[in-house]
Ligand binder design. Structure first.
Ligand SMILES: NC(=O)c1ccc[n+]([C@@H]2O[C@H](COP(=O)([O-])OP(=O)(O)OC[C@H]3O[C@@H](n4cnc5c(N)ncnc54)[C@H](OP(=O)(O)O)[C@@H]3O)[C@@H](O)[C@H]2O)c1
Length: 333
């Protein structure tokens, strides 16, 4: 298999800390070019990662050697570049949230399909082996019938100058944090929610949401509670309750590649600690994405359907938060 040549759009912190190292460590990809709005920054980052090609975002899209791009921009700017990338014939790994509105996700997916390129959302945590184990326990019936999901991602209040606190950049804890427990509930139940109710707390000064509490209804009365906070004690967890057992992840979303993780399986009045050795979920996701790109039309992974499902849930949550009522997913078109 020839290695997928990745170009980077946006020298964000996560790009430098996690994704570029993962592209370099994968045996299926190479770091082909760095793109930044600032040419000096592009050169500096390229040098740091031993990459000899750099330029603007447009330069990356014009580069015929580049097969795929990693788009790492604030949420409000991702759609524009995802569409430009697809039109330039590049596959795209787009940071979460790939789209903050369903209509935006539809435009992105439509353009990707028209141009015969793949598009994946960077919800990398799903590739950590601990989730494969959780899904296995569910599939084997160890948890019994599923009843409820509970997930939370929260951390200290970000600095005012960061994109997380800028309304015009698509900041706010729902876009930056809440998307993880929402995606985890969809992953655990293996289906899309029917309706959602959301309570948002808006910071008066910045205008962004800093607390989001979401109730999602799934089929058969299954329920998820997904919350996220700017300004909380650190949380990165999810738990699943079934008729026969309960599981809880100690560290579910932002898992450093050198960190051992644990799952607690509570069954028959005994708590079993299942330990997972360190794993790089970014690299595991890149490995799979490259393999699926290589398969072409034979790929059976529905990355694009997943982008649509996540964006639809996210938009329903936003509508509920704004209007203070339960929103049925069918209302979001
Ligand atoms: N998967 C994860 O673990 C993880 C972690 C953190 C963040 N994220 C996601 O990654 C994305 C970026 O996160 P962030 O915003 O916190 O990153 P950031 O470190 O603030 O960097 C964002 C980058 O976007 C580029 N950019 C383009 N237009 C911009 C504008 N108008 N204003 C500011 N930056 C602009 C800049 O790159 P250039 O200057 O090089 O053009 C900048 O370095 C978000 O979608 C976020 O949700 C994912």
């Amino acid at each position: 298999m020839t290695k997928v040549q990745f170009g980077v759009l946006g020298t964000s912190r996560v790009a430098e800390k996690s994704v570029m190292p993962a592209i370099l460590s994968s045996e299926k990809s190479e770091l082909g070019m760095i793109g930044s709005r600032n040419p000096e920054k592009a050169a500096e980052v390229a040098k740091k990662f031993g990459c000899d090609s750099f330029g603007t975002y447009e330069d990356v899209l014009r580069n015929k050697e580049i097969d795929a791009v990693y788009i790492s921009l604030p949420p409000a700017f991702q759609e524009e570049w995802a569409i430009k990338a697809a039109e330039a014939g590049k596959h795209a790994y787009i940071e979460k949230p790939a789209a903050t509105l369903y209509a935006s996700a539809k435009r992105m997916v439509e353009t990707a399909r028209k141009n015969n390129v793949r598009l994946i959302e960077g919800l990398m945590f799903r590739y950590h082996p601990q989730n494969a184990r959780a899904k296995e326990l569910i599939r084997e019936g160890v948890l019994g019938e599923l009843l409820q999901f509970e997930g939370c991602f929260g951390f200290a209040m970000p600095e005012k100058e960061t994109n997380m606190m800028r309304q015009e950049a698509g900041g706010g804890c729902l876009n930056y944090c809440g998307v993880y427990p929402i995606a985890a509930s969809r992953m655990v139940f293996q289906e899309e929610p029917i309706s959602v109710y959301c309570k948002l707390n808006i910071d008066a000064e910045s205008g962004v949401d800093t607390e989001t509490r979401i109730l999602l209804e799934f089929s058969g009365g299954k329920t998820a509670f997904a919350s996220s906070y700017f300004g909380s004690y650190y949380q990165s967890t999810y738990a699943v309750l079934g008729t026969k057992a309960h599981i809880r992840m100690k560290r579910a979303y932002a898992v450093p590649s050198n960190m051992e993780t644990k799952m607690f399986l509570d069954k028959d009045d005994k708590v079993e600690e299942i330990v997972f050795p360190p794993a790089d979920h970014f690299r595991l996701m890149i490995d799979e994405f490259c393999e699926e790109i290589a398969k072409g039309a034979a790929s059976e992974k529905d990355y694009e359907g997943d982008v649509l499902g996540q964006a639809r849930a996210l938009q329903a949550v936003k509508l509920s938060g704004k209007e203070g009522r339960v929103v049925n997913l069918l209302e979001v078109e």
